[in-house]
Design a protein around this ligand. Structure first.
Ligand SMILES: [Ca+2]
Length: 136
């Protein structure tokens, strides 16, 4: 059976993707995706990363949130990168010099034209568009 995505969502392989109209802090973006029965995008391999780089990044602002965070110690985490879905963390595409913050203040990940960047999850200074993903 041919599966398709809801109106306003882009299809790639077995997922549908939604680009937010609004810019939000990471934690709010995560909730907005969940409100749509989706999750912040998990970029699991090079194919998915290329799709995002080629098809989505040109449509958004400089930085766009993805569903990666580094279990901030303050919230009981251990500073290990993880996906919001808990999928295996076995692919990354950080930009040169990234992640840049060794003090673990920048604990979430935004994608830009040159790759992934660590950025702060919890401050209004990092308010970006975001991508939600839903399996079909
Ligand atoms: Ca994915």
């Amino acid at each position: 059976m041919l599966q398709s995505c809801d109106a306003g969502w882009m299809k790639f392989e077995s997922s549908c993707y939604f680009i937010s109209q609004n810019e939000e802090p990471w934690s709010t973006a995560k909730l907005r995706c969940e409100d749509m029965d989706a999750h912040l995008i998990t970029i699991n391999d090079a194919n998915e990363n290329s799709f995002v780089s080629n098809e989505i990044i040109p449509l958004t602002s400089m930085y766009t949130w993805i569903g990666a965070s580094r279990g901030y110690w303050y919230y009981g985490g251990n500073n290990t990168w993880q996906w919001v879905t808990k999928e295996t963390w076995n692919f990354t595409s950080f930009a040169p010099g990234q992640p840049s913050d060794d003090n673990f203040f920048f604990t979430c990940v935004a994608i830009a034209a040159d790759g992934w960047h660590d950025a702060t999850c919890y401050a209004d200074m990092s308010v970006f568009h975001y991508i939600c993903e839903k399996n079909i």
